[in-house]
Write a protein that binds this ligand. Structure first.
Ligand SMILES: [Zn+2]
Length: 506
């Protein structure tokens, strides 16, 4: 947008003013005020592009960002070069021919001078220490980077170049910039060749470095201040080195010191001991996590075994009760008949397994329920014993088979699925397992089926649909969630699952 607008500017402004503005910063980086005449001014999208007869404003170029400041009453927000002309972007119109006072934001300029000269010193140090060339340079708001032509640069090598760079700073060598003739240019040992054919400007760090550059630099290396490398990155076959100089380096050192002090305080240790203590903490943590995982596995296994055993024993007790001559006289005999749906909304106690079609009231244990239905004690007996009594749940046509249904106090779908898998393994062939729990804002449900007539996916979908939930999977294994609101909880979902299972065909 800008370049197009600028093109328009140049066409309209093609009024014989092609003479380029004198760039005062070339000769004096410390100059912050100047007077100039407005040569042209054009509006583009509520901003004005201004050319002057001379300027001390540095335009974005050569890796160094532009200056900011004022031109009379106008604020200068951007400065760039277009077809060799320095263009100042200002926030109000200016009259052509008007004399204006320019003022550079010195804090910003000085920061750029420190960073840019620091880059020359550091780049030259890499050349002199390891023969490594700089192929890219960027001076950003916070960090400065150079791209080095070296694929494998170690921190030790970087530290060596960094030491030389800081030594050059401390030697406080003179820094000067000059335009040179071809003859002089031919004799200078340049760090890299110039990008322009004429008016080559060389920035020299006395006795250390000669480099073609149009940027702003301090008078002596001592003004650059500390040079500190902060990061190394592999970049397209080379290495990007991130660093800061001068006030930026001081501010960074202060910030890192504060971070280290906070870490040391947290560890109740000296700053020097922080890395060692973090190593120890990391080792301890890793060990503890490994132990926790092992205990979790063991816990899931035990819980699965217990769920399976209770379900099988309970099924056996129901089968036995149903086969007794006195079964019809049981107080709850009716509710044990096949295919009877559970009444919706009847609460279940948490963590308690429930065989199909058998409602429990809140807090009631399986053995008490069994006692109530006249099959005292069976629910608590080991499964082998219950089965030895003649109950064979896997063959039981009345549907008291290997069905495990439970509301659990877990909090994630993963845990629920893991437990369901283990429980299935304990239940053996022909098993069905439906587990549900409250997981955050939602209710989670997992159903696994090893029976052809029970489609796990269909159970999940039908059970969750009334609560606005959804699920997916296949006939053998499915899962889903429903939003957890006042009326929806793991217990309500468990009741819905019971209802679906009891209505299954066959
Ligand atoms: Zn430069």
């Amino acid at each position: 947008m800008f370049s197009r607008a600028v093109g328009g500017y140049n066409r309209v402004g093609g009024d014989g003013m092609s003479q380029q503005a004198a760039r005062l910063y070339y000769h004096d980086s410390y100059r912050t005020t100047f007077e100039a005449t407005v040569r042209a001014c054009r509006e583009v999208d509520g901003r004005w592009l201004v050319r002057l007869d001379e300027t001390a404003f540095y335009p974005t170029s050569g890796g160094q960002p532009h200056d900011t400041g004022r031109l009379g009453a106008a604020r200068v927000t951007d400065v760039f070069v277009d077809e060799g002309e320095v263009i100042h972007v200002v926030d109000r119109p200016m009259a052509v021919g008007e004399r204006v006072a320019g003022e550079i934001d010195w804090v910003r300029r000085w920061d750029h001078m420190q960073q840019h000269c620091g880059q020359h010193i550091l780049s030259a140090s890499f050349v002199q220490t390891f023969g490594i060339d700089t192929v890219g340079f960027h001076l950003g708001e916070t960090w400065v980077t150079v791209d080095l032509d070296a694929p494998d640069l170690s921190w030790e090598s970087v530290a060596q170049a960094e030491r030389l760079a800081n030594q050059v700073v401390q030697e406080d060598r003179p820094v000067y910039a000059r335009f040179v003739t071809d003859e002089v240019l031919a004799e200078l040992p340049l760090r890299r060749s110039p990008k322009v054919d004429k008016d080559v400007r060389i920035v020299t760090i006395e006795g250390f470095d000669h480099n073609p550059c149009g940027g702003t630099h301090p008078r002596r290396t001592g003004e650059v201040g500390p040079i500190q490398v902060v990061k190394l990155e592999r970049m397209r076959g080379g290495t990007r080195v991130t660093f800061v100089c001068g006030q930026r380096a001081v501010r960074l050192a202060q910030r890192w010191r504060d971070i280290l002090r906070a870490a040391a305080n947290r560890l109740s240790a000296a700053v020097e001991d922080v890395p060692l203590l973090i190593d120890r903490w990391a080792d301890d943590l890793q060990r503890a996590q490994k132990e926790a995982r092992a205990w979790q596995e063991r816990w899931i296994d035990l819980r699965a075994a217990s769920l399976a055993q209770e379900s099988l024993a309970h099924a056996a007790s129901l089968a036995r009760a149903a086969s007794l001559p006195s079964a019809k006289s049981l107080s709850r005999g009716e509710s044990l008949s096949r295919g009877e749906p559970l009444s919706r909304g009847e609460p279940l106690s948490r963590g308690e397994p429930l065989s199909r079609g058998e409602p429990l009231s809140r807090g009631e244990s399986l053995s008490r329920a069994a006692a109530r239905s006249g099959t005292e004690g069976l629910g608590a007996r080991p499964v082998e014993e219950a089965l030895a009594d003649g109950a064979r749940p896997e063959d039981d046509a009345s549907g008291f088979g290997r069905v495990c249904q439970a509301v659990l106090d877990l909090d994630s779908m993963d845990a629920l699925r893991g437990l369901c898998q283990r429980t299935m393994a304990h239940l053996g062939k022909g098993a069905v397992c439906a587990l549900t729990c409250d997981a955050g804002e939602r209710v989670a449900l997992v159903v696994m089926s090893d029976r052809a007539e029970i489609d796990a996916q269909a159970v999940v979908k039908s059970a969750l649909a009334p609560f606005g939930g959804r699920g997916g999977g296949n006939a053998r294994q499915a899962q889903g969630t429903a939003p957890r609101s006042g009326s929806t909880g793991a217990e309500a979902v468990a009741q819905a699952v019971s209802l679906v299972l009891s209505q299954r065909p066959g």
